[in-house]
Design a binder for this molecule. Structure first.
Ligand SMILES: C[S@@+](CC[C@H](N)C(=O)[O-])C[C@H]1O[C@@H](n2cnc3c(N)ncnc32)[C@H](O)[C@@H]1O
Length: 216
């Protein structure tokens, strides 16, 4: 862990094969029901997105990318893990509509303004620093087309504001629903719906938020 860059601490957990939690990708690969089963809020809200041009933030080795229902023209998936992106690139090689791209900074989206109809991120932003989230929300507001929606699975763990994410349940970083709403509004995004929930115990640690970039 670095004492002075918690943003990099999150990235470094999965950066390459030697990283502390790189084994997570293989471990969770078979577990996607929670996100994609038709009865889940994740799936029901996902189905409201226009996925024609879809951005995925923190795709890992592409567990969710490959489960996006057909109908998209392109999915641009980004992640900071060198080796997970290498695996995703190999995995997507027979589908020219899927691109896996290594993020240089873990904060910005190397794409033009108004270039996506939707964005999503599952099982990753729960770990991100507040300032990382501020940047990704701002970037999402920039790259979405007017009328485009974003669906982000993020932290709602409000109990350890000064702690390191590895000290909190399920490695959830500090975030509150109010702070998220504030950051989304400053990014030009309006919240359509949001729900907070426990991950696997009674403590509220997670949230799912559906946002829209209003038409001007
Ligand atoms: C728990 S894994 C989940 C990966 C994938 N979403 C999944 O569900 O299989 C968290 C992912 O977030 C990525 N990550 C960490 N910090 C990041 C950042 N600042 N920007 C983009 N990706 C990041 C990691 O490399 C890792 O792939």
């Amino acid at each position: 862990m670095s004492a002075n860059d918690p943003h990099l601490d999150v990235i470094n957990m999965w950066k390459n094969r030697q990283s502390v939690d790189f084994g997570y990708f293989e471990q969770v690969e078979p577990f996607a029901e929670r996100f994609w089963n038709p009865v889940t809020t994740f799936r029901q809200w996902f189905d409201t997105l226009d996925t024609t041009e879809l951005l995925e933030i923190a795709c890992g080795q592409g567990r969710h990318t490959v489960l996006v229902p057909q109908g998209y023209q392109r999915i641009f998936a980004i992640d900071t893990s060198v080796d997970a992106i290498a695996i995703a690139t190999e995995r997507f090689k027979d589908n020219p509509k899927l691109t896996a791209t290594l993020s240089e900074d873990g904060m910005t989206i190397p794409q033009l303004d108004s270039s996506f109809t939707a964005a999503f991120s599952y099982d990753a932003m729960v770990h991100f620093e507040l300032m990382t989230m501020a940047s990704y929300l701002k970037e999402t507001g920039r790259v979405l087309k007017p009328g485009g929606k974003a669906l982000f699975h993020h932290s709602a763990y409000d109990r350890n504001p000064t702690g390191h994410f590895t000290q909190s349940p399920h490695w959830r970083n500090y975030m509150t629903q109010d702070l998220f709403a504030h950051l989304a509004s400053r990014a030009g995004l309006r919240i359509v719906d949001t729900v907070s929930f426990p991950w696997s115990d009674e403590i509220i640690t997670d949230a799912l938020t559906l946002m829209i970039k209003p038409e001007v």
